[in-house]
Design a protein around this ligand. Structure first.
Ligand SMILES: [Zn+2]
Length: 198
């Protein structure tokens, strides 16, 4: 896997985005992103000058690459790579509950190996808080596999098995079925992945 630096930068950038000024989805009422009605008036210059940008904070945390899974999770061996997945999730849960800013923040988690390890160790009160955020669609899941597998050199049985494992965890623990396919580190494209998403 050769794009780790980019992934790390993306991961950290996305976390910073979350902690910064993430705006809500277009369907929510948001004073920072007002809806401007298009009345069919071709001279509606306000509409023409408006550009709404929607940012979706999400993860791509490699389930083992330059470090072991536990080193990534606990933030160990950071001379090799700065990565601390448990801290990302702790911060996300905290920020999504901030009474002053939580209303316009969302987060999407992807890799169930890390999520399950973190979730199963949460105290009951935080599990309840997380479930509330999931019900409000502030915390959501995409892909939902145990990891985000490669495609080009990966056998389709492995792709199916690891995706199934992650989805089974989500269904059993949270009653969630991911509806968004999300594959941003594929190293090639395969027919098997397309069929998994279908
Ligand atoms: Zn990756």
């Amino acid at each position: 896997m050769a794009i780790m630096i980019a992934k790390l930068i993306v991961s950290r950038a996305l976390l910073l985005i979350l902690l910064g000024t993430v705006r809500a989805a277009a369907t929510r009422s948001d004073p920072y992103c007002p809806h401007i009605p298009n009345n069919g008036d071709k001279n509606n210059h306000l509409l023409e000058r408006t550009l709404n940008v929607h940012i979706t904070p999400h993860t791509h945390d490699d389930v083992g690459w330059l470090k072991t899974v536990d080193q990534y999770f606990y933030g160990l061996n950071n001379t090799i790579q700065q990565a601390h997945v448990a801290l990302i999730l702790d911060n996300v849960l905290n920020e999504l509950q901030d009474p002053y800013t939580a209303h316009n923040r969302t987060f999407t988690y992807v890799e169930m190996k890390f999520f399950s390890k973190w979730y199963l160790a949460l105290p009951p009160v935080l599990k309840s808080s997380l479930k509330e955020l999931i019900n409000k669609e502030q915390f959501s899941f995409a892909n939902g596999g145990w990891c985000m597998h490669d495609e080009a050199a990966t056998h389709y049985m492995g792709m199916i098995d690891q995706t199934t494992l992650g989805h089974q965890f989500l269904l059993k623990e949270l009653g969630v079925v991911p509806k968004v396919g999300w594959q941003i580190d594929p190293f090639g494209h395969s027919q098997a992945q397309a069929e998994l998403f279908a």
